[in-house]
Design a protein around this ligand. Structure first.
Ligand code: NI
Length: 262
């Protein structure tokens, strides 16, 4: 069985000590493709270095809502830097970008998050790339942007999707893919099953968000792609199908959204 981890952060410092070892292990364990996602300029550059070093890794570059500058001008400069590196051949998306109102309570800063989000959607449209959306405690504004005037041409992914029916429905209606992560396996994740049922098989992706969000039974420990199997198993159970079939369809879906031919 082969798996595609559509969202990971092997550029994170939590992998400083044993990055090479872990990357070799996950590949041997059947994770034969993974996307390493950036959330600021420095670690977006780091994901490119990883994709250069490892055939099975691809990268996404972008500015996360918690990493944006203090002014529009600072944000414009950040996005210019992202544009400079985004044309690397194994860069397959702009991400992660979006809104995070859980960590940002200040209304002025939230307005800047929206600005950075929209400007990066424009960049993705210009470069003909999909986007990877991070949305936390910002459901209404995320929906507004997906339905708004500046919207992604090339579709995208709701990453580690918050288990909210309205957001998922808007995502599906907009042609987006829904990426499930470890939290669907948590015992207190009440509506996970309902949401999994809502998403057609051809729109489902699986991800770790490693080193974060380890699924049960490894909740709380550092995550890596070998844990994808727990997330995929949960989806297979809810969809009434086999783990093999979920591995295969999510692999094909990921290749499609990221436009990976091999
Ligand atoms: Ni992430």
């Amino acid at each position: 069985m082969e798996f595609f981890d559509t969202h990971s952060h092997y550029n994170d410092e939590k992998f400083e000590e044993d990055r090479e070892d872990i990357l070799n292990k996950i590949y041997e364990d059947g994770i034969t493709k993974a996307v390493v996602v950036g959330d600021n300029i420095v670690n977006s550059k780091a994901t490119i270095e990883l994709a250069k070093k490892y055939d099975f890794l691809f990268c996404a570059v972008g500015i996360h809502p918690c990493e944006i500058g203090e002014t529009q001008e600072e944000i414009d400069n950040q996005i210019l830097e992202i544009e400079k590196i985004a044309n690397y051949e194994k860069n397959i998306a702009i991400g992660e970008i979006g809104l995070d109102y859980y960590w940002e309570k200040d209304l002025g800063k939230r307005a800047l998050q929206k600005y950075a989000f929209l400007e990066q959607i424009k960049l993705a449209n210009k470069l003909n790339l999909p986007i990877i959306i991070h949305s936390r405690d910002a459901i209404m504004d995320t929906i507004d942007i997906l339905k708004g005037e500046i919207r992604p041409n090339n579709k995208g992914i709701l990453h580690c999707c918050q288990l909210n029916k309205d957001l998922v429905k808007t995502g599906i209606d907009t042609g987006f893919y829904i990426s499930f992560a470890g939290p669907i396996t948590f015992k207190n994740s009440k509506n996970a099953e309902e949401i999994i049922k809502m998403v057609p098989k051809e729109k489902i992706l699986i991800e770790t968000d490693a080193p974060y969000l380890s699924p049960e039974p490894n909740r709380g420990k550092r995550n890596d792609s070998r844990n994808l199997i727990y997330t995929a198993t949960k989806i297979a159970e809810v969809k009434g199908t086999t783990l093999e079939k979920i591995a295969k369809i999510t692999y094909e879906n990921a290749k499609k959204i990221y436009n990976i031919k091999l």
